[in-house]
Design a protein around this ligand. Structure first.
Ligand code: SF4
Length: 212
């Protein structure tokens, strides 16, 4: 029997999918990580080139290992041996068949918010790869765009920064200090409100708490 949280996520996903489709995104709901992983591997054709940005959600799915084990050309910056090679690969990802990313927040009316330090994650969402796949747990969904922006700024970014040594106010206090430091990761704030061409950006929504 489904738990209250599972029922809650499933019902909200129904609303969100309708609103995403109204904005010409594609979207589907998977109850758990295992179902999501199967769905993604079915969705991406063999032989595709695939790049990705930093995404804890996809790591939690075991997606990167599965892609490396499959018949794909994986553009994995974490396997680059030098910073120069990593930078070059990030630029080459603009020409990938697929770009995979998480989301910092979604609003129930079908808009996505992402924050980025260097821009290597938000840039291919905007333009480049023919297909963009967004993988997100339903914990990322806020009721309004205002709430989604707040979630990205006050929860996702400060939590993400805990992986680093004390460079920014949020790493020290756990709260955003609206910094302008060298280590700031909130340099780009992207709201994706509509998909053009239609269907280029596809969402896999998962009925679990995933990512940050
Ligand atoms: S303190 Fe700086 S890096 Fe941290 S969340 Fe705020 S703007 Fe982003």
């Amino acid at each position: 029997m489904a738990t209250p949280k599972e029922l809650y996520y499933e019902k909200r996903a129904g609303i969100l999918i309708r609103n995403l489709e109204n904005r010409h995104f594609e979207a589907c709901y998977c109850a758990n990580k295992e179902e999501a992983l199967r769905r993604i591997l079915e969705m991406i054709p063999d032989g595709s080139s695939i790049g990705w940005g930093g995404t804890l959600t996809c790591q939690q799915l075991g997606l990167m290992e599965a892609l490396h084990a499959g018949n794909y050309n994986c553009m994995d910056r974490d396997r680059c041996e030098t910073p120069e090679a990593r930078e070059k690969l990030q630029r080459e990802m603009f020409f990938a068949d697929w770009f995979i990313t998480g989301a910092n927040a979604l609003s129930l009316d079908g808009q996505m918010v992402n924050i980025d330090g260097t821009g290597n994650r938000v840039a291919p969402i905007v333009y480049g790869p023919r297909n963009v796949l967004v993988v997100a747990g339903m914990n990322k969904v806020s009721d309004s765009l205002e709430d989604a922006l707040s979630r990205a700024r006050t929860i996702a970014a400060p939590m993400n920064k805990q992986r680093f040594p004390n460079q920014t106010p949020c790493e020290v206090t756990g709260t955003c200090g609206d910094c302008k430091t060298e280590g700031c990761i909130c340099n780009q704030i992207l709201v994706t409100r509509h998909c053009r061409p239609a269907g280029r950006i596809k969402f896999i929504l998962i009925g679990e708490d995933l990512g940050m």
